[in-house]
Design a protein around this ligand. Structure first.
Ligand code: PCA
Length: 322
């Protein structure tokens, strides 16, 4: 009996591959076709190949594994070893997460990149304190205003049912007399279709993902900020990898960051063309709307700086220095 057991154990050992294979589930909140998700998939494929199959990352798009606001906690607690978050979703936890949604602080791709360089050390410190690492970040295109009617000045937003994705976008609704309703991108189409919301601020990418032309008519290209997605990694999960695989993860993360930024910028104008092709009026804001929005931006910047304390000041100072 004992002998048979021993033989069985030996057989199992022989059947095990020479290396330990690790599988990581990666929850993501945006559609499989979105360039963020495509970039994650390429990262996963590259890690698998470069690690010789030792590490497999399985991307779960569309908030199918965890809803967007739950992903950070899932990675922190190790329920998911790795996950993609919208950084500014966590402004409620700490205002410093909201820096890339401060209107007009960084409103072009080069400025957003500068802001990322300034923001990264602070985010890395926060992540480390929660047992996580920041692997890489990729921006969304500049944020504009979607509506179902003309908006020539901020007061035209009064009474709108405004979809917000975080604290900063809710605050814009509050200050303009619109009604903020927080809804993540995965539920946006549904909220538009049922009339729960009739306006929002986001990128052309999310407008295309959500086929907003089915309900909305106007897009104002206000280019107010470029929020970012970041990929977080549970540090204990990382520590379990062998040294060679750790190197692969970090090297492929750096490549994914560079590729993601390039792709966001490359696709940006095309999203607005798609909105226009589908019948939306895509236009720059009127001088009045632009001027009022800039003023609102100043107010929001001051508010944010006050809330974000020393960490916030450090990010903005580092940003202005470069
Ligand atoms: N799309 C995401 C975040 C920013 C963006 O452009 C959204 O609207 O939820």
């Amino acid at each position: 009996m004992k002998r048979r057991l021993l033989l069985a154990t030996a057989a199992t050992l022989l059947a095990t591959p020479a290396f330990a294979q690790t599988k990581w589930d990666l929850p993501a909140a945006y559609p499989a076709t979105n360039y963020h998700t495509v970039n994650l998939q390429k990262f996963a494929d590259a890690v698998k190949t470069s690690s010789g199959g030792k590490l497999e990352i399985v991307v779960h798009p569309g908030a199918s594994l965890f809803k967007a606001p739950e992903i950070k906690r899932a990675v922190q607690t190790g329920q998911a070893p790795i996950g993609e978050i919208l950084v500014s979703n966590f402004e409620n936890e700490d205002p410093v997460y909201g820096v890339d949604v401060v209107p007009f602080l960084a409103s072009s791709f080069p400025e957003a990149k500068k802001l990322w360089a300034a923001q990264k050390p602070v985010l890395e410190k926060k992540a480390a304190a929660q047992g996580m690492m920041v692997l890489f970040a990729v921006p969304w295109p500049p944020q504009g205003l979607y509506a179902k009617k003309e908006v020539n000045q901020l007061s035209d937003m009064k009474g709108m049912k405004f979809r917000a994705y975080n604290r900063g976008t809710s605050r814009i609704a509050e200050l303009t007399g619109a009604q903020p309703i927080t809804i993540q991108a995965a539920e946006l189409s549904q909220a538009l279709a049922t009339g729960k919301v009739d306006s929002f601020i986001s990128s052309g990418a999310t407008g295309v993902d959500s086929k907003v032309w089915e309900q909305l008519t106007h897009f104002y290209d206000t280019q107010a900020w470029l929020p970012k997605n970041a990929v977080l990694l549970n540090k204990a999960a990382f520590d379990k990898l062998d040294d060679a695989t750790k190197k692969v993860v970090l090297a492929e993360a750096a490549k994914a960051e560079a590729a993601g930024w390039a792709e966001a910028e490359r696709l940006s104008a095309g999203f607005l063309e798609t909105l226009a092709k589908n019948g939306m009026k895509v236009q720059p804001p009127s001088p009045k709307l632009a001027a009022e929005y800039k003023e609102l931006g100043k107010k929001l910047t001051a508010e944010w700086l006050e809330k974000a304390g020393a960490d916030g000041k450090a990010v903005v100072d580092a940003y202005n220095k470069n």
